[in-house]
Design a protein around this ligand. Structure first.
Ligand SMILES: C[S@@+](CC[C@H](N)C(=O)[O-])C[C@H]1O[C@@H](n2cnc3c(N)ncnc32)[C@H](O)[C@@H]1O
Length: 227
């Protein structure tokens, strides 16, 4: 099973993780985070998160096949991704031809129940993309530098309907073991960022590898408080 990333060749520790960083990663095809298989923590835990068909938000989605898995469970799936290379590759690799429309600061690609808004997730709003019953975050929070996380979580909170559910997958590894991203994010940080507005439960902790080093991957179940 592929872990999170390969040893870096193009980037070294100390790079600023901003839009230009991710665009360059996609241009260089340095996408070790991408998995051709469905993420095992998604298939293991999603049913306990959101069994009934729902509108599912997938922030920072890359060209993840997890979008298809969610669609196959009957959900309407909405992803957000900065890189046009990633978005076009997602549809091309599946042999799908999406409709393409401008939507505010984004270009929205859509077909077969999967829409991907290409642009900066931080610029979205409920008025633009609607509100969500569920959120799936794999390698999104952990892709962001500490200074970006507060706005990221606030954006998710704004887009969630009351009582929305979520599955959040993080990694934990000893400080300095690898050059981030992915960033190591422990349970205390998850609880401090989500605990004020969600019930947070650890669904599973399992061994993984990050850039060839042993690490722990954690799946959290989230339930937004409020009815
Ligand atoms: C570590 S990858 C994870 C991709 C996907 N979740 C997966 O599991 O394969 C993070 C992705 O977030 C995208 N990204 C980073 N910052 C973003 C932003 N502000 N808005 C939208 N996408 C962003 C990057 O281009 C990259 O594809």
């Amino acid at each position: 099973l592929a872990g999170l990333g390969q040893p870096d060749t193009l980037f070294s520790s100390g790079d600023i993780v901003d839009s230009a960083f991710w665009q360059a990663k996609w241009r260089a095809n340095e996408i070790g985070f991408h998995q051709t298989d469905i993420h095992p923590l998604l298939s293991a835990h999603w049913l306990s998160v959101q069994a009934r068909p729902a509108r599912v938000l997938v922030p920072l989605c890359g060209k993840s096949r997890d979008l298809c898995w969610l669609r196959e469970r009957g959900h309407t799936v909405v992803g957000f991704e900065l890189s046009e290379i990633a978005v076009t590759a997602f549809y091309t690799e599946l042999g799908l031809v999406p409709s393409v429309q401008r939507a505010g600061d984004f270009v929205c690609y859509e077909t077969a129940g999967i829409a991907i808004y290409c642009g900066d997730f931080f610029n979205t709003s409920g008025a633009l993309c609607g509100y969500f019953d569920a959120v799936y975050d794999r390698a999104a929070l952990i892709a962001l530098a500490p200074a970006q996380r507060e706005v990221y979580v606030a954006t998710i909170q704004r887009l969630c309907r009351p009582a929305a559910h979520g599955l959040l997958i993080t990694v934990e590894y000893p400080e300095g073991l690898v050059s981030a991203p992915p960033f190591s994010i422990g349970e205390p940080e998850v609880r401090s960022r989500y605990g004020q507005w969600c019930d947070v439960a650890v669904n599973e902790r399992r061994d993984t590898d990050v850039k060839g080093h042993p690490a722990i991957e954690v799946a959290y179940g989230l339930v937004v408080r409020g009815s």
